[in-house]
Unconditional design. Structure first.
Length: 412
């Protein structure tokens, strides 16, 4: 039996990129080691007066190309290894898109659905104060991820600012607009996933109008991707969340309306399906936009989609990846496909630094040009080096970080 985890996947991807780039073994030593790891105990006073302890993490994987940058996840499965893996992916993603950042990730092992709003706020503020010494607009800039949203970012920004004695909007991204957030940030990751999907269809010679798409995950990434894909003329035929999937709904907007009202996908007249059945639908594009490891040795064989666009971080294990490659399925890797979120986070940080805010059109236009440039580089490198798009994207991202290490030298 293979034991695959987000960290083993991320490490084997790095190993592959280093070997394909022909970098010396010293590069493996420097690039496979996170720069800074902070594990914190986060005490929470529940509304009933009970005190509970949670484990929190912040991993600054790299600061070689700039301050570290990455989301904060609230999920029961959060642990140190997963946080390191996600921080590593952020590092290659920021380098691939040429943002002046390193990579980071953080989180708390907690199910946010078990917290009242006031408990969530207290937990977020305490976590922020525990990691406060190592974050800041010039050091490390958190953002939302699974289980967190703009409310958490507002509480993080406020906690940091109260301690600084003045407002520091640039300490986090993904904030509400009135606190220095950017137009277009909420939908940015999904918008980017849709751009990647459109371009992959073009490369495969499939008509965008009417192309069929199945999406695993109906959260911040899955929902906004679905909206953008429909706007581009594609047909979103199935969507799932943690409780399973649905197909045969009239439109994403109608399904979302139902979901908001009832918090479930039991759309009247539509068919329910399991998450595995959704992965195995005969569609043009499959978009995993939930958690890691959903396309594995077990689920990979049944995949019939022509293209997989990775909305989630690390949704494909190495054995799942090998199956997709053998089947000739084009995989747009996570560090390219879901980079729209960190790209617009970068715009938010730039706007906060300048106290000058852009129009929605400017944000969308700049997002599109950065993504298209990265997309083209990945496509061209894959063709030139005869590697998969994942290998190509990693070679570009890892190669840039390795080059930055080389030029900076080793202190002392
Ligand atoms: P979210 O919490 O908003 O949504 C997650 C969705 O996945 C929910 O619909 C949830 O029900 C579903 N889900 C959870 N477990 C599942 C399971 N076992 N099977 C099927 N569905 C399941 O999170 P998000 O922000 O949309 O993030 C989703 C993925 O995208 C994560 O891997 C995240 O790291 C990645 N990502 C997010 C952003 C961002 O800007 N939010 C940016 C880049 C990458």
């Amino acid at each position: 039996m293979t034991t695959e985890s987000p960290l083993s996947t991320a490490r084997s991807q790095l190993r592959g990129a280093i070997d394909q780039l022909g970098l010396p073994e010293n590069a493996w030593h420097t690039l496979s080691t996170p720069r800074r790891i902070l594990q914190v105990a986060v005490p929470l006073r529940r509304d009933n007066g009970d005190i509970e302890m949670y484990n929190g993490y912040r991993v600054q994987y790299s600061t070689t190309r700039g301050p570290s940058k990455g989301g904060v996840r609230y999920h029961p499965d959060v642990d140190l290894d997963e946080t390191i893996a996600l921080a590593m992916l952020m590092t290659w993603k920021c380098a691939l898109t040429n943002l002046p950042y390193g990579g980071a990730k953080g989180g708390i092992a907690v199910d946010p659905a078990t917290l009242s709003d006031r408990e969530n706020e207290r937990l977020t503020r305490r976590y922020t104060s525990e990691i406060l010494p190592i974050i800041g607009p010039e050091r490390d800039i958190p953002a939302p991820d699974v289980g967190t949203d703009e409310r958490n970012m507002a509480w993080m920004m406020d906690t940091y600012s109260v301690n600084a004695g003045f407002s520091v909007p640039g300490v986090v991204t993904g904030k509400p607009i009135v606190l220095g957030g950017s137009l277009g940030r909420t939908s940015a990751t999904g918008d980017g996933v849709a751009i990647a999907t459109r371009e992959a269809l073009r490369v495969r010679g499939i008509n965008i109008e009417g192309a069929t798409v199945a999406i695993q995950g109906f959260g911040k990434v899955g929902y906004w991707a679905a909206v953008a894909l429909e706007n581009m003329g594609m047909k979103v035929v199935a969507i799932s969340d943690v409780n399973g999937g649905v197909k045969g709904f009239p439109s994403v907007a109608k399904l979302w309306e139902h979901f908001q009202l009832h918090q479930n996908l039991d759309f009247p007249g539509a068919d329910r399906l399991t998450n595995e059945e959704l992965l195995h639908l005969d569609v043009d594009v499959l978009i995993p936009a939930a958690l890691a490891d959903s396309i594995s040795e077990k689920t990979g064989l049944g995949i019939k989609a022509k293209i997989v666009v990775e909305g989630a971080n690390g949704p494909t294990t190495p054995s799942g990846d090998a199956i997709l490659r053998d089947k000739g399925i084009l995989v747009v890797p996570d560090i390219l496909a879901n980079s729209g979120g960190v790209i617009v986070s970068y715009f938010e940080w730039v706007q906060d630094k300048q106290n000058y805010f852009w129009s929605a059109e400017e944000v969308k236009g700049n997002l599109s040009s950065i993504m298209m440039k990265a997309f083209k580089e990945v496509e061209e490198t894959a063709a030139k080096k005869l590697v998969t798009w994942r290998e190509s994207a990693l070679m570009i991202g890892v190669g840039r970080v390795a080059e930055a290490h080389r030029l900076r030298g080793l202190y002392p």
